[in-house]
Design a protein around this ligand. Structure first.
Ligand code: HEM
Length: 465
């Protein structure tokens, strides 16, 4: 009951109300850890485990310095917030064409090699023009075509798991391939996909291998300014450039093949070709959809399987009540948000946490921390999917503002519906065919390699029911 009262107080709290509105504090007064002139607190981060442990480092900083602090980490100076009300305040100030931060190395690559990219990299009116079309195609209307496209690919995954008698050989690669197959099926539509998937198999397989490498090589550059890495062509930069060259070449080759096939069905590609978008832009958008979808959904599936494998009761509940999968999905991404940080560059002055924050400031929002906020979630570290049931004693409509795995506002994930459909549908199919068993002896932790991946390979056994 105490928990309910705290939630009630929180919901009546005005926005950015850590101090009253007439005592706005100066930006310089935002708590900040002591650091060295050039490198800031980078050494403290390195001592904490470096960028693979950034989510935990920032979480500890919030516990030490409060809901808002500023810090210079590597090449980046930012204001960090984790309080759900302050996160909301940032999105209220994101403007008409929200700006997020792109990995330094990716921006440098695109500039050096004159390589314009898709939605994730677009800005301003050009971004909004294409984003509105993609919203209409992927987030509005009837979603049966998305379900159809996900259905045939999940069935293919189940068939391949049927052949596994022991721990699944390379779960990471299997799921990576599955998530790229879903995107190809979304692009072609289920009818054309079923006809062409055999022929496309080697290209998708190759793409799965190379895109995965892009995430690994760019994670290695996270703390090194791209201007330095590219000027001196250090080995990490060369490996990164090779991986991006390769991934873009493979993705473009796949998209060319898909366009040549002239799919007539209900896929995204024929819909895009009917819009007022140049072929060049369509290709860029699709290449980036493939890159944005690959890692995120594959890793989210790994975390869902990890969590349900720990609990035969939850698997049984999913078999009895398929609707429960929605709660399992939300609870997984609350605890293991694949993209644990959201960023915005403020287009106007704002008040955050009672401090005046000037236009142009980079704000980093830790949804790893907000999703584990004990004021919103009772026993925040525990996996309890039932907490998302409206009838649950501890449910509150406030919970959803603290857990934002797909972000919010105009620039939120455009693939959310695709991700929800493919992850929920596939999990249900898996638990209805198999008992999933976990072989890892230790608690698996989050490690950041651009996205939040498991700290060790998952050992999962799929025992036929
Ligand atoms: C569990 C799976 C996924 C998660 C957790 C996720 C998360 C996110 C987040 C947090 C953002 C917002 C970044 C920001 O606000 O700055 C984003 C953007 C984006 N996502 Fe996803 N995503 C997922 C799956 C997908 C899929 C399946 C697709 C493609 C079908 C996709 C395509 C994109 C694109 C293109 C953007 C950039 C949108 C823009 O800048 O307008 N995502 N995603």
């Amino acid at each position: 009951m105490l928990f309910r009262r705290v939630l009630a107080q929180l919901s009546t709290r005005p926005k950015s109300s850590l101090v009253s509105a007439n005592t706005v504090l100066h930006f310089d007064e935002i708590p900040s850890p002591k650091g060295l002139p050039l490198v800031g607190t980078t050494l403290a981060l390195i001592a904490h485990g470096s960028t693979p442990k950034l989510h935990d480092y920032v979480d500890k900083r919030h516990k030490q310095l409060g809901p808002i602090f500023k810090e210079k980490l590597g090449p980046v100076s930012a204001v960090f917030v984790a309080d759900p009300d302050e996160i909301r305040a940032v999105f209220d100030h994101e403007g008409k064409h929200p700006l997020h931060v792109l990995p330094d190395a990716w921006v440098a690559y695109n500039q050096m090699y004159g390589c314009p990219r898709g939605l994730f990299f677009m800005d301003g009116a050009n971004w909004w023009y294409h984003r509105r079309i993609m919203n209409r195609l992927l987030l509005k209307g009837d979603f049966r075509w998305i379900e159809g496209a996900c259905e045939c690919v999940s069935d293919k995954l189940i068939d391949s798991l049927m052949g596994e008698s022991d721990y699944c050989g390379n779960l990471e690669a299997t799921l990576y391939k599955w998530s790229l197959d879903v995107i190809v099926s979304i692009l072609l539509g289920s009818g054309s996909y079923s006809q062409l998937c055999g022929e496309l198999e080697p290209k998708v397989q190759k793409l799965a291998q190379v895109t995965h490498l892009v995430f690994q090589t760019s994670a290695k550059l996270a703390l090194i300014p791209a201007s330095f890495a590219s000027k001196f062509k250090i080995p990490q930069w060369r490996r990164f450039v090779d991986s991006v060259d390769n991934a873009l070449a493979q993705a473009n080759a796949l998209v060319d093949t898909l366009i040549e096939k002239k799919p007539h069905s209900d896929g995204l590609l024929p819909k895009l070709l009917a819009e007022q978008i140049t072929l060049e832009d369509i290709k860029r958008i699709i290449v980036d959809l493939v890159l944005a979808a690959g890692d995120t959904t594959a890793v989210a599936m790994e975390w869902m399987l990890y969590l349900v494998a720990k609990s035969p009761q939850i698997q049984e509940k999913l078999r009895r009540n398929p609707d429960f999968v929605k709660h399992v999905f939300k609870e997984t991404l609350r605890l293991y948000p694949v993209a644990p940080f959201l960023t915005r560059i403020l287009p106007e002055d704002a008040i955050l946490g009672g401090y005046g924050v000037p236009k142009g400031t980079l704000v980093v929002m830790s949804i790893y921390t907000s999703g584990r906020d004990g004021r919103y979630f009772k026993n925040p570290g525990l996996f309890q999917p039932e907490r998302w049931d409206r009838k649950d004693e501890f449910y509150s409509s406030e919970m959803k503002k603290a857990s934002l795995p797909f972000a919010m506002g105009l620039r939120a994930c455009v693939g959310r519906k695709v991700a929800e459909t493919q992850l929920q549908m596939t999990l249900l199919k898996i638990v209805n065919k198999f008992e999933v068993e976990l072989g890892n002896q230790r608690e698996v932790e989050i490690v950041l390699k651009m996205v939040a991946v498991p700290s060790e390979p998952l050992l999962l056994k799929f025992k036929k029911l």
